[in-house]
Design a protein around this ligand. Sequence first.
Ligand code: ASP
Length: 351
Amino acid sequence: MLRKTVCVLLFMVLFNLPSFATLPKVAIVTTGGTIVMKTDPKTGGAVPAMSGDELEKSVPGIGKLADIVVIEVTNIDSSQMTPAIWSTLSRKVDEILAKPDIVGAVVTHGTDTMPEGAYFLNLTLKSNKPVVFTGAMNDASSHNPDGPENIYNAVVQVLSPNAKNWGVTVTLDSYINGARAVRKTQTTNVQTFESGEQGYLGYVYAGKVTRFNDRPRRIRLPLPADTTKSLPKVPFIYTYAGADGSFVRYAVDSGAQGLVVEGVGAGNVNADVYKAIQYALGKNIPVVISSRVYYGAVEPVYGDIGGGKTLENAGCILAGDLMGTKARLLLMLGIARYGNDTAELRKLFSN
Ligand code: ASP
């Protein structure tokens, strides 16, 4: 028997056959997006068409990197994502990462709302194991799908000792972005995710990760324990020259528990919007001011009616350099934890 085993092992070594050494286990958690889409010949539009297992099988060489476990959570276009689905996803990812043999997770997600989804998990996950969001800009039936290479690179990143302590990342087209800073910048190009002036965290190519940046900013805000309760209602309201504040008043009158108002410049709104914000504050509804400008932060500079300084003095919370759609998620989770305690909520936005 012993002689037989030795002969088999010798044969495997001589002929370079795969050994029985176990590969690290990586979870791929799928949610939908272009990465699993194909063009429907009847309508000409891309629709979800592949299961999680089919997606894994479409990635050449992945089985040599890791022992992959696929978990399908949803199969939707990410324009249909909601904070409730991200809550389910976050709990599921934590449950998977709690298994001692799983080294990390790749989450496949549509790119349209990927920055928000990744940020939501960055806030809510309990685990410190690596989590990499990826997806595709070209669908699986296009002549150059980018999904398989993106998944391969995401698994490389999960396994890399050079890619630790970054929190949740968004990794596409080789570039690694932190969840807080990342923004989708191009509607159709494979190089769409950028971190602006905060810079990429790193680059993944040819099976290795190059580290550029060490300190992504991260706070944690656990999900409420009660899974049956929905998260607070927090609308996001864009403003523009001539806005009359009616959307702010409507949001207040229809049960908003908090508001994010996207101002101009360093965080300024006009007089009509300012009066509507005062209406919200008068009802003890926390109001966060973000800016539609890509780079820089909301700052208390201007003292005219609706200026950033005036808004701050009136009791608004300034979002700093956190983009409005992510400020909305932070406020939502913040209110779930602290109610309308503005002092506690303000601390969340100062990180
Ligand atoms: N509409 C798609 C989605 O977000 C776009 C993509 O995945 O690239 O699901």
